[in-house]
Design a protein around this ligand. Structure first.
Ligand code: NAP
Length: 284
């Protein structure tokens, strides 16, 4: 006999395509760990269907959602409120339901900040930073570094107009635009370098001709592989270097906290992410 199961609480991720997202694995592990009977679903939503999908979240009672490429910017027009970071960065990666309202957050800013402070143990106050890339991740990183008190933020990317918009996010630090070709020349003199492009995913190195040195901090936001060619070479040169897994877990943890109001089980989330990357790499 079929028995009626009470409706479960659910959240999920909206993106297109949704082939390699680790979010379902990380959040499902976290819900299990803290004893929440919540579902985390994957919604592959084409850009033209985004408005309908958000109406669907409202109508069906989702408690929230993650938002990934290519919807992080366009989703903002469909929400009722935006957090300060979402508004400044111009991108939403987390939706929270409060009553009938949908509120957009950007947890990449907090995720990068927490990774730097809690995992890497780096205090970037007074440092000269160089950020490669001018997309959503670069905007979040510049916002976080500026808030943490770096002295200078240089941004290097292919598109000069996008680059200067990212530089403009530096409210306290000295901002500087660098041409794509000039990144390799600027890199040796920076104190902290962040790769916020996808170059290095699988293989590749965004700055193969740069020799990294002792005392530099190098962060690659790419997390697959967990130690990219950039990270390996930077470590070989004596730099402190990290891949993107730490930020990935901290931005997910911030979403978890927003939805559940509970402390996120960081170790469980981190282990689930590492395991999922290992599985992805075996399957490809
Ligand atoms: P995005 O908005 O698409 O921006 C990508 C940036 O990289 C753009 O400036 C783009 O330049 C540049 N770029 C892409 N391919 C390039 C190439 N071959 N040569 C030079 N520049 C190139 O993407 P995003 O959301 O910022 O994400 C960037 C990377 O960070 C992705 O790999 C993403 O997975 C990673 N990420 C990691 C975390 C984490 O938690 N670890 C969080 C967010 C993002 P154009 O505009 O000229 O194309």
């Amino acid at each position: 006999m079929l028995r009626h199961r009470p409706a479960a609480n659910f959240v999920g991720v909206l993106g297109w395509p949704l082939e390699h997202t680790l979010s379902p694995v990380i959040h499902s592990a976290a819900f299990r760990q803290v004893g929440l009977d919540w579902l985390y679903l994957s919604w592959a939503v084409e850009p033209d269907d985004l408005a309908d999908a958000i109406s669907g979240l409202r109508a069906l009672g989702a408690l929230g959602a993650n938002v990934t490429m290519p919807h992080k910017e366009t989703v903002m027009a469909h929400l009722d409120e935006l957090s300060g970071d979402a508004r400044t960065v111009g991108a939403v990666n987390t939706i929270q339901r409060i009553g009938r309202k949908l509120v957009g957050h950007n947890t990449d800013v907090d995720g990068f900040r927490r990774f730097l402070e809690e995992d890497a143990g780096v205090d970037p106050r007074g440092m000269r930073a160089l950020v490669l890339g001018a997309g959503g991740a670069a905007r979040a990183v510049v916002r976080a570094l500026d808030g943490l008190g770096v002295a200078e933020v240089a941004v290097a990317a292919r598109d000069a107009e996008k680059t200067s918009k990212v530089v403009a996010l530096a409210a306290r630090a000295q901002g500087r635009s660098v041409s794509w070709a000039g990144a390799a020349t600027s890199a040796p003199s920076c104190d902290i370098f962040v790769n916020a492009t996808p170059i290095g995913t699988g293989t590749g190195d965004p700055l193969p001709d740069v020799t990294w040195r002792e005392g530099q901090v190098v962060v690659d936001l790419v997390y697959d592989p967990p130690a990219t060619a950039l990270v390996e070479r930077a470590r070989a040169g004596g730099s402190y270097a990290w891949g993107g897994l730490g930020m990935l877990v901290h931005q997910a943890a911030a979403s978890f906290q927003i939805w559940t109001g509970q402390d996120p089980p960081l170790e469980t989330m981190s282990a689930a992410a590492l395991h999922a990357i290992g599985t992805l790499r075996r399957d490809h």
